[in-house]
Design a protein around this ligand. Sequence first.
Ligand code: B12
Length: 387
Amino acid sequence: MSVLEFAPPNPRAQLSAQVKMLAARNGLSVSAITSTEPFAGLTEFLENHIQAGHVEGMDWFTIDRARFSTDVRNLHPTAKSVVSVGLAYWSGPSEKPNDGVLRGRISRYAWGRDYHRTMKRRLKGLQADLEELVGEPLDTRILVDTARIVERAVAARAGLGWYGKNANLIVPGHGSWVMLGELITELDLEPDVPLDKNCGKCTICIDNCPTHAIVEPYTIHAPHCISYLTIEERGPIPHELRPLMHDWVYGCDVCQEICPYTGAAKIMDEPDMQAASINNQYPGLHWLLTMTDEEFGATYFGTPVPRTKRRGLARNACIALGNVGSEADIPMLAQTLANYEEPIVRGHAAWALGRLGAATELRRYRESESDEYVQEEIEAALAMSPR
Ligand code: B12
């Protein structure tokens, strides 16, 4: 008889293994456990991060909020464990179709259904299964993408993955193509250990970030990140950054696509994360400028994209046309400058016309434009336009 057979069963470890098994059964691709101890050094890190201006523009990201987010017990004082979960969503390589339509790019996490809803539904399923397992109601908190917790810090300490230099949490087998969520519980579970992994000497994400937003390893200067610019920024996008945004109209995946770990991700059959139509992946840029509210709703309702609103997508489409368009796109941009109801979109259409050298069109609408901001954009566009 081996020594192992005499080892007493560890009920805490057994319960933890069951939790992970139930998480997987509820469609949560990966899960790991950490305690509710405060995160050592994180408060100071976030304070310095905010003071350095790295989250400027996200007004909700205050020092008070950051302090609150570094101790899970602020949310649930009697909790003992956090189950960190991930929804892996790499669906294989993908390219824009070669169909003669000039198209933009939407980041992969936003192709399908809104992951907040998908994850919450699955986490609620996990909670119900846990209640059945322990035979009593549980006081839990279910979180997905809330500013009240630093999800990557939770996941890293739980050993779900490790920090890449692009700040993303890299999960073995899935790269960073994993959205995160948590279940905070009073159950006393066995914490997992952090992974002893790092990027080594690789700096490929830093070298390839189009706007140089990875200002040092593990630090994103959000006001320069294309994800921030296309989704969170509501006003004009800084002129100097526009040419660097290429054809991204919602989010950006460059620092993930370029990462060697992410390139080796497992293909997931995850219908909730797949695009329902080509416009959910690679929307036609002219279509983004002419779509009605109804078309916008029909295509994007239930996905993460409405966060940027119809005018945000149209603004971003103007920038993309200025970057990847040609003379053939001038009439559409001129029509946008003349007729689009939102000044923010007209202003960016003027910029794109300037990029494409359409001085005649810019002069044509210079007099009739009554909005001061758009007038300024027209003047700046004329200054850069050679024709
Ligand atoms: C605000 C925010 C953004 C902002 C700012 C991002 C940033 N890096 O700061 C913007 C809009 C730019 C953004 C972009 C993206 N985001 Co975002 N975002 C968030 C949000 C809401 C808060 C992040 C935050 O607190 N940032 C502040 C920084 C300082 O923290 P952090 O980068 O999360 O983690 C760092 C610190 O915690 C630090 N750290 C941790 N512990 C300790 C301890 C010590 C001692 C020290 C020194 C440091 C330290 O190391 C971490 C890595 O650098 C989270 C959800 C959440 N509640 O956590 C999602 C989240 C981070 N985003 C996510 C995603 C998917 C994205 C995008 C990929 C979307 C896209 N395709 O366009 C990009 C990626 C950009 C990037 N490379 O980071 C995922 C990340 C999944 C993953 N596998 O990592 C999250 C977790 C949402 C989710 N529920 O899945 N995002």
